[in-house]
Ligand binder design. Structure first.
Ligand code: PMV
Length: 333
């Protein structure tokens, strides 16, 4: 006997997902459309940079609608979100159902925290649950990747590796360690970004134009191995050296692309100098930087207080957000 169709009001779901900070970065793709990366990457989920997404599907809705922080988005702003939903909806028996998507971020717009990773991870989980797709963590990570590459790393818990794979089915993220494994902190120090001038999607597309790009990719497997060893021994200084070098390496590729992508501003250098100063005082801290000017100061929890008191003294005009490692995407029932 055929299973009865669920009533419309059953076709809804709510999910939360964290943003993540990459310690080994993804910059450059081998397949634009499938968002297959040129190298594997490693990241940590961020407890204080969360997206919550609720979806409702109904036969009675006449069009798809996307609300961000309670504001209805225009058609062109919704396009990437709706395209992602289509990808999933088309594989179910609810092809004719239209959707309303409500998304809120707990971090302010313009804080320079990319919302695409948390956004597409939360959206993927909410849609899959509402449309009863019964996906495994691996499948969720693959779908999230198709929305935004780094979103695949916001699906599993804690410290995560995205294996580049060789095709769509083998390119997904898995958890290396639970959030409790290592008491690290990511203190995001905001360097005054309004909104990103060049999106990461555009940036990935020109990465290859840098003369340093291939050299960067060549060294990746070694770097990943070394970072895994540092993690195994919880060797903070070794980890710090690797991730700082890695962030500067990625920005060297960005700055030497054609056209040049310079994400740093004068505050970025000032904050780096502050971190060098901490180390001179014997306080262990290191940094990484995403596709923007903000500094992610990484430290162990035992140093958090000391670092924040130095920050308040030396960089009192800068805002900051403290993050712990956290679980990946989850449903709210
Ligand atoms: O997933 P995207 O297209 O937003 O690219 C992410 C790029 C970086 O944040 C700079 C690096 C990374 O691996 O997260």
């Amino acid at each position: 006997m055929l299973k009865p169709m669920p009533k419309e009001y059953e076709l809804k779901a709510k999910a939360v997902a964290p943003a993540n900070i990459a310690f080994i970065k993804y910059w450059g793709k081998v397949d634009e459309k499938l968002r297959l990366p040129a190298n594997s990457s490693i990241s940590m989920n961020l407890s204080n940079a969360l997206t919550e997404t609720e979806v409702f599907f109904s036969k009675d809705f006449t069009c798809d609608e996307f609300y961000l922080n309670n504001e209805k988005m225009l058609l062109e702003e919704s396009e990437r979100v709706i395209k992602h939903i289509d990808l999933m909806r088309d594989r179910t028996s609810y092809k004719k159902y239209k959707v309303k998507v409500h998304t809120t971020n707990n971090f302010p717009k313009g804080a320079g925290i990319a919302s695409s990773a948390s956004g597409f991870a939360a959206l993927t989980l909410a849609v899959s649950d509402a449309l009863k797709m019964n996906l495994s963590e691996k499948e969720l990570s693959i779908y999230a990747r198709l929305g935004s590459g780094s979103a695949c790393r916001s699906v599993p818990d804690g410290f995560v590796e995205w294996k580049k794979g060789s095709d769509s089915n083998s390119s997904y993220a898995h958890s290396l360690y639970d959030p409790e494994y290592w008491n690290l902190r990511d203190i995001i120090i905001l360097a005054g970004e309004k909104s990103k001038k060049v999106s990461s999607t555009q940036g990935h597309a020109i990465a290859e134009s840098s003369p340093f790009y291939l050299k960067r990719i060549e060294g990746m497997e070694r770097k990943i191995k070394d970072l895994k060893i540092a993690f195994k021994h919880k060797d903070f200084n070794k980890m710090g050296t690797i991730i700082e070098n890695e962030a500067i390496n990625m920005h060297a590729v960005m700055m030497t692309s054609n056209p040049a992508l310079i994400y740093w501003n004068q505050h970025t250098l000032k904050i780096i100098d502050f971190i060098y100063g901490l180390r001179q005082k014997g306080i262990d801290a290191c940094f990484t930087i995403d596709a923007g000017p903000n500094i992610h100061l990484i430290c162990e929890s035992l140093n958090q207080k000391k670092i924040i008191s130095n920050l308040k003294k030396e960089l009192s005009s800068y805002s900051y957000i403290v993050n712990k490692p956290c679980r990946g995407a989850y449903l709210i029932k």
